[in-house]
Structure formats: C-alpha cells, structure tokens
Design a protein around this ligand. Structure first.
Ligand SMILES: Cc1cc2c(cc1C)N(C[C@H](O)[C@H](O)[C@H](O)COP(=O)(O)O)c1[nH]c(=O)[nH]c(=O)c1N2
Length: 251
C-alpha cells in the first residue's frame, strides 16, 4: 500500500527519492567480515558516522555511549587473540555438521579493518534514576545498541563496511580496552572501506539460516492473536518482503 503522509505534515515529509534512499540504505546494509581494504578512513567521514551514532535515541536522553577507537595493530592483535580463543570454544558448542560449517565461517575482520570501534554503555551516565529506566535497567544497553545501528546505516551510506564481532569473553574486551567497572562493551565493530558488499546476509548464503517470513511474526492484540482483516496486512507484508529480498525498496 502506497499511503502518503497526511498533508498537514508536508513540511516534514521526505520526498519519494529520500524515502527510497532510506529503504535502500536499510536493505543494502550488510555485516562485513572479509572484504576490508587497507585504505584509511578519513577523519571527516569517521566524524559523520560517529555523529550519526550520537544522534541515536536513548532512554531518558541518557546518551550512555562512548566510542573507543582502536587503530593500533598491537591492540587489534590482542582482541583477535581473544576472538580466536572464544571462537574455538564456540565451535565446540555446535554438534556434527553444524560444527563443521561453523568452523568454515569467517566471523570477523579485526586485523584487516583499518578501524576497530568499541561502542560502550556507561551504566551510571545519568545518575541512579533515569526517566524510562526506573523499572527496566537494561534500557541503557538497548540505547547503546540504537547508536550501533545508526552508525552501521550511516557507514553503509558512506560506502564503509561494518562488521559486529561478539565472539569474546566480555572480561577480555574489558581488560584489553581498560574499561572501568561501570562501563560495558556493547559492540565491537570492524570498520573500513570494502571491495564490495554482498547482496544477502552471508549466513543465508552459507545455508546457515534463512530470513523468516515476516507475515508469520505478526500477532494481533496479544501473542497468537488473530484479526478478521489480518490477511490484508499479511498479503502486504509478503509483497513488501518479496521486494526487499531483491534489494528493492518496498514502496
Ligand atoms: C548483536 C550482534 C552480534 C553479532 C552480529 C550481529 C548482531 C546484531 N553479527 C552479524 C550477523 O551475523 C548478521 O547481522 C546477520 O547474519 C545478518 O546479516 P546482515 O547483517 O544482514 O549482513 C556477527 N557477525 C559475525 O561475523 N560475527 C559476530 O560475532 C557477530 N555478532
């Protein structure tokens, strides 16, 4: 359905090209592991993607994030060693054929990416009582994840690849980067120019897991709930997903 924004919002409206660009950005974003180029990332470009991260939503406007840039090859090597250790442990957690496939997957580009970036969450950034976090303490972590996604999308628009690496013991990253007790490493990202972006998630191409049908993930008025008009929305969801699967904006 091609619903236009109501007229009274016209001055806030994205035109069709801008709308299409936003969806293209979302659909073309990939997790990058193996296609990093050595060429450095210019400071103005780095500043833009960090600014995108800093303009993310956050609970109570807490802005709990900080950005630990890692460019020293010796520090990267220590992080890579931590990955190698955890990755060997991880392989043992899968059985049979899956273990074999897992061991063949490339799951990081730590040493090749010119920039590694740890996005953190300071759990005390705004004092003990934060609007929106009074009952669910993890909201600060979710806020830092919003910053990660903003950066990931901005980087894609700049032509930069980003790969999220999470196969570490949390304590290893804390120690290597000297993070204070109150600061958590939320995301360890590899960032750089890339030779190319894949069209589909690498785990999908490797046959590890396929994208789920969105129309089966929608419930009405409660888990498992149905609605008399449900089929109309489900048909739209299937059509939009079919377009998106081909990299086309669902417009
Ligand atoms: C929280 C979190 C943590 C990780 C990831 C993602 C997220 C959100 N992903 C990337 C993940 O595999 C990827 O996003 C999916 O496979 C979908 O692919 P695209 O991101 O669409 O290319 C990821 N990839 C990888 O190679 N090593 C890793 O350790 C991780 N860790």
């Amino acid at each position: 359905m091609k619903t236009a924004t109501p007229g009274h919002q016209a001055h806030h409206q994205f035109d069709d090209a801008e709308r299409a660009a936003v969806y293209r950005n979302i659909l073309a974003r990939r997790d990058v592991r193996g296609q990093f180029l050595p060429e450095p990332v210019a400071d103005d470009m780095l500043a833009r993607i960090l600014t995108a991260a800093h303009f993310a939503p956050s609970v109570g406007f807490m802005q709990p994030w900080s950005f630990v840039l890692v460019r020293d090859q010796a520090v990267k090597q220590r992080v890579h060693d931590a990955f190698t250790l955890a990755n060997a442990e991880a392989a043992q957690m899968f059985e049979g054929k899956q273990r074999e496939v897992y061991s063949g997957l490339r799951l990081q580009g730590i040493l090749e990416a010119p920039i590694n970036l740890c996005i953190t969450c300071d759990r005390d950034r705004a004092g003990p009582v934060v609007i929106g976090r009074t009952h669910i303490k993890a909201m600060d972590l979710y806020s830092s994840v919003c910053a990660v996604q903003n950066l990931w999308l901005a980087a894609r628009a700049e032509g930069l690849g980003v790969g999220w690496v999470s196969i570490f013991r949390q304590s290893a990253i804390r120690e290597i980067l000297s993070l204070p007790e109150r600061v958590m490493a939320v995301a360890y990202l590899c960032i750089g120019h890339v030779s190319h972006f894949f069209d589909q998630p690498e785990l999908q191409t490797a046959g590890w897991r396929q994208r789920l049908p969105l129309d089966e993930l929608v419930h009405f008025d409660g888990w498992g709930g149905e609605h008399a008009d449900a089929e109309s929305l489900r048909a739209e969801l299937r059509a939009a997903q079919a377009l998106a699967a081909r990299g086309l904006p669902p417009l």
